[in-house]
Design a protein around this ligand. Structure first.
Ligand code: SF4
Ligand code: FES
Length: 160
């Protein structure tokens, strides 16, 4: 199964700490050094995390994140490669000053618009759908999870 999408099965729910509303479900996987947060609705299955640190991120395993299988630094570096903001980390007992980043929107080849540097996304009525550091926004028009990319561009022949 691809990372994300229907990943709300009992295994995950039982083995991770689940917080927030159903709309903005976030799962947490922790050691005493680091917490990895995963927000499934933002994930578009780029697999950057899996390629970067397969012993930690393995979609065939439950839980799919085994945060103690690498050092906290390695986990942090792999999570930084997540283009959608679905994965995030917090270090335990370390307060990190937020680095000011220039907001950027980048078109990925044949894929979503990758937003970084902080974004607030609102619906047509002005309701905040999401606020965070990164997001991947559909530009093929076929995502079932608009405005977020859900990976459909990989199978619908989108070029752009
Ligand atoms: S890197 Fe991010 S978007 Fe890609 S599969 Fe992992 S969690 Fe999903
Ligand atoms: S760009 Fe990814 S689903 Fe549309």
């Amino acid at each position: 199964m691809a990372v994300g999408g229907t990943r709300t099965g009992e295994d995950d729910v039982n083995e991770a700490t689940e917080s927030s509303t159903r709309e903005r479900l976030t799962k947490e996987y922790a050691t005493d050094e680091i917490v990895v947060e995963w927000e499934p609705r933002l994930c578009f299955h780029s697999q950057n995390c899996i390629r970067s640190l397969p012993q930690v991120f393995d979609e065939s395993r439950r839980p799919w994140v085994k945060v103690d299988a690498a050092s906290a630094d390695e986990v942090e570096a792999a999570v930084a490669l997540c283009p959608s903001g679905a994965l995030r980390t917090r270090r335990i007992g370390v307060s990190v000053a937020r680095r000011q980043q220039t907001p950027e929107v980048r078109a990925s080849p044949n894929g979503p618009l990758l937003v970084s540097g902080g974004v607030r996304i609102l619906d047509a009525e002005g309701k905040v759908l999401y606020e965070g550091e990164k997001a991947a926004l559909c530009r093929c028009g076929d995502s079932a999870n608009k405005p977020f990319c859900d990976g459909t561009h990989k199978t619908n022949g989108f070029r752009g």
